[in-house]
Structure formats: structure tokens, C-alpha cells
Write a new protein. Structure first.
Length: 308
């Protein structure tokens, strides 16, 4: 069994198709298919069920996947160790990102850190380190799952969870505000309570996103069942829906103060969204990952000791 076979297998399994898996590893699909067929012959069992509707992992494939991920991670760490002996930080850092906590467009302010700036400066200092930046439709929950599975080295997350196997380095928090159209009945209020919003139609982020989880918990604690017919995967889309009178939402003040929009404080301390860097507890970060973590913490004015 070769590491290349496992790399192709993991890529196809995670992407859900041979075509996407081949694109990810930048190899012809025919070569990926032939390599995985060789792997299956060596194992004596199929790892994928190939049907007209697509591919799925067999029981053997499901059992192999975490082991394959672990072997590939070990191989990466071994290469990183040797590279460091050769001089200078080297290697690849796989990082999960959330667009809402990076820099906003010019003039719209800063959430917590300017991630592109941090990465740019890090690249100047450590040019032999490469990055793989990933987003996920599952928000912070998706990044935390990927860290536990060994698919990410670290991730910026907005989470109120404290999952087992995850170490969080707190960067700060973002207060959420009530956001409505200027013609809304509460547009002239100086502050609102959750009870004031009980009958509103809400626009919110998908389940699994940290701000959605926190908002759901706050309303549940207040005994309020929200109506959330609209989901948006980014702040600008949510603001567009609000501006056109389709509902209200809870968003950070930064980036929400636009024409046709009112941003109003909410009388709840439990609507401050924590922002953190997440890493696994069961494996040591590479030297490059540790150096990037230190750069992120410095940019946020934090120290490495601020973990939970």
C-alpha cells in the first residue's frame, strides 16, 4: 500500500466523486481511478460502491478513511520535521477560514483580525511555507469536524461550543445587534430586547454557524420560538434581504451600517459571539502551524496562554 493510493482515496472520499477528487490532487481522473482500483485489489475488497447515482464508501472504505487520514498526517509531520532540519520553516498549513472575521471592504471596518494581512506578512517572513485555505458551508461546526478528522491543522471559528478534542485560543468577541430596514416598526428604538422581537420574521445563517447556534440558544432561553424562513451564508446577502423588507436579523454592527438599514443594540450579554483559533488536542502542531498561530494571536493582541 502506497501513500499516493491513500491520498487519492481520501480525496475522492471527501469530495464525493472521482472527478472532483482528481481535480483536488491535480491528476487525471483515469490515473486516480486506476490507482484506487489497485488499492482495492491489494486490500481484497472494494472501498467505494459505484452506482449510477454516484459513489459511496463501503464498510471497508469507511473503516479505512480515518486510518488513511492519520497516515497522511503523520507523513506530513515527518516531512515538516526533516524540512526544519534543512533550515527555515517549511511545509503546508491547512487552515479553515470564515469570511466574516477577516477584514471588511475598504471603509467598513475590522471584525477581529485582518487575516489576509497576517498571512501576507507571514509569507514574507516564511516564504517556504504554503497555505491551503478552506471554507465550509457548515460554518464553524464544519471546521471543528475537519480538525477532529485530521483534515485541517487549525481554523478560525465563531463558536459557543467546547468540543472534546479541540483547543480554542480566544481572539475576542463580536456583539450582535438587531438589524432592520429603516421603515421597520422598531427602527427608531435605541435598544431592543428579545421579547420585542418575538413576532418577527428572521433572516439567519445556516445551522452549524456559531452566530446561529448562539442566537438560537438565546431565544430558547427566553422561551421564544423564532420564525426563520430565510438563511444567508454571508453578511451582505442577509443585509440585502433586510433592506428589501423580507425580515430582520442579528449581525455585527461592523459592516451592517448601510443606507436603508438600522442597527440597534440588543439588551443581552449572551449575544457576544466568541471568536477563536481552533486546534486539535491529540496532536502537536507543526513548527509552521505554531508560528502562524503566534502571528494570529499577536495580531489580535492575545497571548498563547489564552486557551479554553
Amino acid at each position: 500500500m502506497e501513500l499516493r493510493q491513500l491520498e487519492y482515496f481520501v480525496a475522492v472520499a471527501e469530495e464525493g466523486s472521482f472527478t472532483k477528487g482528481a481535480r483536488r490532487v491535480r491528476v487525471a481522473q483515469s490515473a486516480v481511478s486506476a490507482t484506487i482500483q489497485k488499492l482495492e485489489r491489494e486490500l481484497g475488497v472494494p472501498v467505494f460502491s459505484r452506482e449510477a447515482a454516484g459513489i459511496t464508501l463501503t464498510d471497508a472504505g469507511m473503516a479505512l478513511l480515518p486510518e488513511a487520514r492519520g497516515l497522511l498526517s503523520a507523513e506530513r509531520r515527518a516531512r515538516d520535521t526533516v524540512d526544519q532540519v534543512r533550515g527555515g520553516l517549511r511545509g503546508t498549513i491547512r487552515m479553515g477560514t470564515l469570511t466574516s472575521i477577516a477584514a471588511r471592504p475598504a471603509g467598513r471596518g475590522l471584525m477581529v483580525i485582518d487575516l489576509p494581512q497576517v498571512l501576507g506578512r507571514f509569507h514574507v517572513t516564511h516564504p517556504l511555507v504554503t497555505f491551503q485555505l478552506r471554507t465550509t458551508p457548515r460554518g464553524s461546526a464544519g471546521h471543528l469536524s475537519s480538525i477532529l478528522a485530521g483534515d485541517l491543522d487549525l481554523a478560525l471559528v465563531c463558536t459557543v461550543e467546547r468540543p472534546d478534542g479541540i483547543r480554542l485560543h480566544q481572539l475576542g468577541s463580536i456583539p450582535l445587534c438587531f438589524v432592520c430596514a429603516r421603515r421597520h416598526r422598531l427602527a427608531d428604538a435605541t435598544s431592543v430586547s428579545l421579547e420585542d422581537l418575538a413576532d418577527e420574521t428572521f433572516i439567519d445563517f445556516p445551522r452549524g454557524w456559531g452566530n446561529r447556534t448562539m442566537t438560537d440558544r438565546a431565544f430558547a432561553a427566553a422561551g421564544i420560538v423564532r420564525d426563520v424562513p430565510f438563511e444567508a451564508a454571508d453578511q451582505d446577502t442577509a443585509l440585502g434581504l433586510v433592506r428589501n423588507g423580507l425580515g430582520v436579523t442579528l449581525l455585527p454592527r461592523v459592516g451592517s451600517e448601510e443606507d436603508g438599514i438600522r442597527v440597534i443594540d440588543v439588551d443581552r450579554r449572551d449575544l457576544d459571539l466568541p471568536v477563536a483559533v481552533a486546534l486539535p488536542t491529540d496532536r502537536q502542531p507543526s513548527a509552521a502551524t505554531a508560528a502562524l498561530l503566534a502571528s494570529i494571536l499577536r495580531a489580535a493582541g492575545r497571548s498563547a496562554g489564552g486557551t479554553v
